[in-house]
Design a protein around this ligand. Structure first.
Ligand code: BMA
Length: 916
């Protein structure tokens, strides 16, 4: 915008400032965001550009056209120089001392008309307040901060908020704020050099990740130095807000609330915590009330001591009040109550705010199991055992400033739309922004929250421990009001890394690493969490044997023991259709298979020469050693691999077949876990969680995700909608006997029977149908409701053989009312199926009320029917399905305006035989 074009805004801005100046004389705190007007330059000044806060160097360079999209082709490597340089953010802002100097400022501002093109960058802070402080909600990461040439302090932790008193440093007129960022890569390396007594592995990531080394020496998003699904783009910047806050007497910096239940008294209490910064010791009256609960109000006469203090107030809820509970998705509603907090000083209202409080209890049950050595491992929410269905969350973008509310909403809505009720926020990313947890509270997504330590050993020097302690305190205080968070967990896989010696640590040195492990996660993190938050359990690691690991000195001999705690299990070479290969664990918190994203997603970051499975681009984007080969090897166990002579078709067919493989593998494994919830077999079982790896992507590349970068669902995510449905029939074979288990997450019992329909691969008409007797399926259980030897089943059904026929099945009530989706069971690999023809599916797109409908016509049975509308963003009602009828209609909801013509032109329909 030109200065002249901005005129009316500017005038408005000046009035706003005047108004603000008047207001701030009466209110307790004035608060000004320093989001605009920033300049950014590199160490030698050769690059200088405007920057936006919150933001990062990469985003600023991209926005100003200095670099191309860092995700394009090989740019992640080309732009390595960015994080090897040092960068300085500078903001020059004029300030006025008080109301009178606001007028002076007006004149000042008027004469500096062209110098401050963005009016909202001009703070109208009232400097006459007793205390003025500069607050950084997030600095990424290593910086020295200067105000008017005076060093305010240093930062070394992306996960902390930093506050600096600046009362005496500010001046009327121009103030200059500099944030001088040091290269995170060089910092990590320097810290590692300084740590000479022993190594703190892994030192560097595997070469295939093309990443930077020693990320464990810097308190920063660990995956930003590269991961096995993500690029190395070590960010630097002011990734959260920067504010000037001015106040007299007291400033309320944070409010949190947790509801705690006393089961012996059958009484709820709400613990309200206020973080207060008092200029001088101040007497106050705090009034707490919950208007939604009858006469719930309490008054506290209190004294806020000078300085920063934490003040806790407890509101006891009358036992005769009807409190409505917060329930996870699929188990009930999520009512939140308004909690109003007021503070009065000498009858003057100095705080009047409100927040939401939710009532729920969570217990992690680890107790002996009948018929099984070891301990159970499951969550009880409001006293009810709940099976956790979901996935693992990674950062949705390398640049956090690009993680918009729309991105968060779309991903989290996608999670509940596929019937998930839980997500694990994995420990190599970031503690997510507030909105993430607010949406999870709303949608009923239970969050397993890791602390940000992953796949590494960590140093324990005093300054490292001190910064981690502050990080943990701040994060727990920030997040503990969210009922969605049901557990804190110390780290990702570090117990396993130590126990199973990932890093070749000599036996003689093991005690040193064990000691460091206990120091960091037990003596510091756990101790702080237990003091800060009594409303949810803490686990030291994942995977872990939980209580058993504790018994063994916090690092168990085998943290993957299926008799205890949670497990992570990956096997890319074993046949994923064979459930015998999966561990019958108490809780599966990670498992998965890779696939490639769709062509339209890759197209945005590639050019034609990249579009083959063996291109340099395809190897470049694959960060997991041998990953591209593993996908094809696994796929080849059951499907013919694409072999088209048209290179582009062969590439897109290969992308498709990796998605088919992934969807079917994760389906098989998840169904195994869900059906194992009520059984103990050979001493193992009662599985109570299935969180596959991973929900989302950080860029456009092959990974374990079920949702592509940009939000497009892979075939796996459509499959998840079925395999996580509240009532699910699971079919499997054990030694030639076909079983169906009915899995139910419902609260009430059901009487169900299984209906099995046998189809021939060569015909759309069913061959025969078999029904079982009605059986009671208790709510929250999995029980066998059908059992028949496969040869007997086929013998009683026409001329079927394993190679010519397949089974579909569902469960229904006595009335014939179907519960849950129709599932299927292949009696042979589709590769070997006899009679499977190319179906020549045709499609017709039509507009309907809320979106578009696509009617498919098929001449024969078609497995894994996949609809794709390329670059038109949106979602189908179902996809990747087995088509067993001559026609089927699916709907498509676009996320931007489109038309029948555009959709018809973009639509491709692929089924398994199309790639042969
Ligand atoms: C798990 C995770 C991640 C990793 C994934 C796939 O161990 O914790 O570290 O990305 O496996 O390898």
């Amino acid at each position: 915008m030109t200065p002249a074009g901005n005129n009316s805004f500017r005038v408005f801005g000046v009035f706003l400032c005047l108004f603000w100046g008047v207001l701030s004389d009466f209110s307790a705190v004035s608060d000004w965001k320093l989001n605009c007007g920033w300049k950014l330059s590199n160490a030698n000044g050769s690059v200088s550009l405007p920057a936006i806060v919150p933001g990062c160097v990469h985003s600023a360079l991209l926005k100003q056209g200095y670099i191309q999209d860092p995700y394009f082709r090989f740019n992640d490597v080309s732009y390595r120089w960015i994080a090897l340089d040092n960068w300085t953010y500078t903001n020059t802002f004029p300030l006025s001392g008080n109301l009178r100097s606001v007028l002076g400022f007006f004149i000042f501002y008027f004469f500096n008309y062209f110098q401050y093109p963005v009016i909202f960058s001009v703070p109208c802070i009232d400097r006459s307040k007793q205390k003025v402080q500069l607050v950084f909600d997030g600095v990424d990461t290593v910086a020295t901060i200067y105000l008017n040439g005076v060093a305010l302090g240093k930062t070394d932790n992306m996960f902390r908020r930093y506050e600096f008193p600046v009362t005496d440093l500010l001046k009327d007129g121009d103030n200059v704020l500099n944030v001088s960022l040091f290269s995170p890569v060089l910092y990590a390396s320097e810290r590692r050099e300084a740590h000479s007594a022993y190594r703190v592995p892994p030192e560097c990531p595997p070469d295939v990740q093309k990443g930077e080394c020693h990320v464990n020496f810097i308190r920063k998003e660990q995956s930003s130095f590269s991961w096995d699904w993500g690029p190395s783009l070590p960010t630097m910047g002011l990734w959260k807000e920067v504010r000037l806050e001015a106040f007299d007497v007291v400033h309320f910096t944070q409010l949190s609330s947790v509801a705690l239940y006393n089961s012996s008294l059958s009484q709820w209490r709400v613990q309200v915590e206020l973080l207060v910064d008092a200029v001088q010791t101040t007497n106050c009256v705090i009034v707490l009330s919950i208007p939604g609960l009858p006469s719930q109000e309490a008054e506290f006469n209190t004294k806020f001591l000078q300085g920063k203090t934490r003040n806790t107030f407890t509101l006891h809820i009358n036992t005769d009040s009807q409190v409505n509970l917060w329930w996870p998705n699929g188990h009930g509603d999520r009512p939140g109550y308004r909690l109003v907090v007021r503070a009065k000083q000498d009858k003057r209202l100095i705080l009047n705010t409100e927040t939401k409080v939710y009532f729920r209890t969570v217990e992690l049950i680890q107790e002996p199991v009948v018929g099984s050595p070891g301990l159970s491992f499951y969550f009880r929410i409001n006293g009810k055992p709940i099976f956790l269905k979901g996935s693992n969350w990674i950062p949705p973008h390398s640049f956090q400033d690009q993680v918009t509310p729309a991105v968060l909403r779309n991903l989290l809505q996608s999670a509940v739309d596929s019937n998930m009720n839980a997500l694990r926020v994995w420990g190599g990313g970031v503690y997510e922004q507030d909105l993430f947890y607010t949406i999870c509270d709303e949608l009923g997504i239970m969050v397993w929250q890791d602390f940000m330590f992953a796949c590494a050993m960590y140093p324990t020097e005093d300054d490292f421990i001190q910064t981690v302690r502050e990080e943990v305190i701040q994060q727990v205080q920030r997040l503990k009001s969210h009922p969605s968070i049901i557990i804190w967990s110390g780290n990702n896989e570090n117990e396993a890394a130590l126990a199973t010696d990932w890093f070749g640590i000599p036996v003689s040195q093991r005690p040193t690493y064990l000691k460091d492990y206990v120091t960091l996660y037990v003596k510091n993190i756990r101790a702080i969490v237990q003091q800060e938050d009594q409303s949810r359990p803490f686990l030291v690691s994942s995977p872990t044997n939980g209580a058993e690991s504790e018994q063994e000195g916090w690092v168990s001999e085998n943290p993957y023991d299926p008799h205890y705690g949670d497990t992570h299990f990956y096997s890319y070479t074993l046949d994923c259709w064979d459930w015998n290969t999966f561990p019958r664990t108490r809780f599966a918190s990670e498992y998965g298979f890779q696939s490639w994203p769709s062509f339209s997603t890759l197209q945005t970051v590639s050019v034609e020469e990249d579009w083959s499975y063996n291109s340099s681009f395809s190897s470049h984007r694959q960060h997991h050693g041998n990953g591209n080969q593993q996908m094809l090897q696994q796929a080849a166990l059951h499907y013919n691999l694409p072999n088209s002579t048209d290179p582009l078709k062969r590439f897109t067919d290969t992308l498709y077949i990796t998605q088919v493989m992934q969807a079917q593998c994760v389906k098989a494994q998840t169904e195994f876990y869900r059906r194992s919830q009520s059984e103990i077999i050979e001493g193992k079982g009662q599985t109570m969680g299935a969180l596959y790896w991973q929900l989302n992507d950080i860029w456009q590349a092959p990974s374990w995700s079920s949702i592509e970068f940009g939000g497009k669902w892979k075939m796996l995510h459509y499959f998840a909608q079925s395999f996580f449905s509240p009532v699910l029939p699971v079919g499997f074979e054990d030694d030639e006997t076909f079983f169906i288990y009915a899995v139910s997450d419902l609260s009430q019992d059901l009487k169900l029977r299984a209906v099995v329909t046998v189809y021939s691969w060569s015909d759309l008409a069913p061959v025969c149908t078999v029904k079982s007797e009605l059986l009671l399926v208790a709510g929250g259980s999995a029980s066998a409701i059908f059992k028949e030897r496969v040869p007997a089943l086929l013998a009683g059904c026409g001329h079927c053989t394993r190679l010519t026929c397949l089974l579909t099945f569902h469960v229904e009530e006595q009335t014939g009312q179907q519960q849950g989706p129709t599932n299927h069971h292949y009696l042979c690999s589709p590769r070997d199926a006899q009679g499977l023809h190319t179906p020549n599916i045709t499609a017709k797109v039509q507009e309907d009320g809320s979106g578009y409908s696509i009617t498919l016509l098929s001449a024969s049975v078609a497995p894994f029917v996949w609809l794709d509308v390329g670059k038109v963003p949106g979602r189908f009602s179902s996809n990747g399905f087995l088509m067993l009828s001559p026609n089927r209609t699916v709907s498509f909801i676009p996320w931007r305006p489109t038309s029948v013509t555009e959709l018809s032109q973009s639509l491709t329909v692929t089924s398994l035989t199309d790639v042969y």
